[in-house]
Design a protein around this ligand. Structure first.
Ligand SMILES: C=C(O[C@@H]1C=C(C(=O)O)C=C[C@H]1O)C(=O)O
Length: 182
């Protein structure tokens, strides 16, 4: 799993986030994926027989480990960092890094620290209060060979978490004709 950290963490770290309207992705096939407001995990499930999440690492950081941008979105408190790979039929589709403020890991949300290999989206989007905002996108590849990432803030019971997702080559996002199975 460390190859995912070595390969993909730096790509996400240097993403130059843009508002979708500043890019030409709206109305494109992959734009529909990148702008997905509901659970990406639930959508991925429709494009494979077996959807799974592998937990790479999870640890706590103090706010000095966050960027100014991240602090402006989720506050300047200690956070839990959760890094996973989302897989479709065993193929790595997304590398995701989520920042969950400890102030979000309270009350009914305490369990978010024990998710393990349960997809975060399955837990968050079953809550009626769940919503997504501050969605930004970035091409961390090249113009001719794009590698797309997105970052968005999720709210659950009015408490935030920040999710950054890097869409890997095998992801259905890039398939010319993505026919859902279900
Ligand atoms: C937020 C979602 O959860 C997905 C699963 C994640 C995880 O298990 O850590 C992280 C980011 C997402 O790709 C979603 O399904 O939209």
């Amino acid at each position: 799993m460390s190859k995912f950290k070595q390969l993909y963490k730096p790509l996400l770290a240097r993403a130059k986030w843009q508002a979708p309207e500043e890019t030409a992705i709206e109305g494109t096939e992959f734009g529909h994926w990148l702008l997905e407001p509901d659970s990406l995990s639930r959508r991925f499930q429709r494009y494979c027989e077996h959807f799974s999440v592998s937990l790479i690492e999870q640890f706590r950081v103090d706010p000095s480990q966050l960027t100014d941008d991240e602090r402006s979105l989720i506050g300047d408190g200690d956070c839990l960092v959760r890094k996973v790979v989302l897989k479709g039929d065993g193929e790595p589709w997304v590398f995701a890094r989520t920042l969950i403020p400890l102030s979000t890991l309270t009350g009914p949300e305490r369990d978010l620290e024990q998710l393990g290999e349960m997809p975060l989206g399955f837990r968050v989007f079953t809550d009626r209060s769940a919503r997504r905002d501050a969605l930004m996108v970035a091409n961390v590849g090249t113009k001719d060979d794009p590698m797309w990432a997105r970052r968005s803030r999720l709210w659950i019971n009015d408490k935030p978490l920040l999710v950054a997702e890097l869409f890997l080559d095998a992801a259905p996002v890039y398939a010319k004709e993505t026919q859902s199975w279900k």
